[in-house]
Ligand binder design. Sequence first.
Ligand code: DX5
Ligand code: ZN
Length: 230
Amino acid sequence: MKNRSLNEMKFEHGCLVAPSILAADFSRLGEAISGVETGGADLLHVDIMDGHFVPNLSMGPGVVSCIRKGSDLPFDVHLMLSEPGRYIEPFAKAGADHITVHVESRGDLADVIRRIHDLGCSAGITLRPGTPATSLRPYLEMVEMVLVMTVEPGFGGQSFMEGQLPKIASLRKMIDATGKKIYLEVDGGVAVGTARQVKAAGADVLVAGSSVFGAKNGFAAAIKAVREDA
Ligand code: DX5
Ligand code: ZN
């Protein structure tokens, strides 16, 4: 049994912080991951891009399997893929603990979510900034996490889209109405200043790429600053 499930997460600090390795120095990826792990990260956010669903490429299951060997952090894998169903098994086998898929991607997503669970992972559903919150309704009761994108997926280091705050708040309401424990994660431009806005709107998991890996005063201080802002 894995001991890295989302249900084991402790909200000692109010919000969970998930550094996104997309912003790390890939020539020293192992060191960067150890740095955020000892620096207090709760999850490691791993962005997977296929150059089709989004106009960028990132990494495949081979990289995930390598970094798995050096980290005990729960891996929160965000699939920005046109056909996620084709890749969930390789990523689960590579060491993903949680897998999030986009509602705009192709395939029978209810079946994809069931298969994520069958592979021993928790499942998440996410949406682009232009996609309405209601599009997630059919999947809400099936997932352990909802992810709201506050930038257009594809690249790190973009500016936070404040216009997504009402969507975070409405998804918080929709989640609460289910009566289930479903995490609400926010991804894109989260830093000191925006962390408090997304927390106030109802988020409890914060993805932070550039604000952590690009920090000048070290990963631990950057994680603490984001967490304290929220
Ligand atoms: C964007 C990715 C994000 C990104 C966040 O497509 O899903 O996870 O790495 O990076 P920052 O925090 O720099 O916006
Ligand atoms: Zn992401």
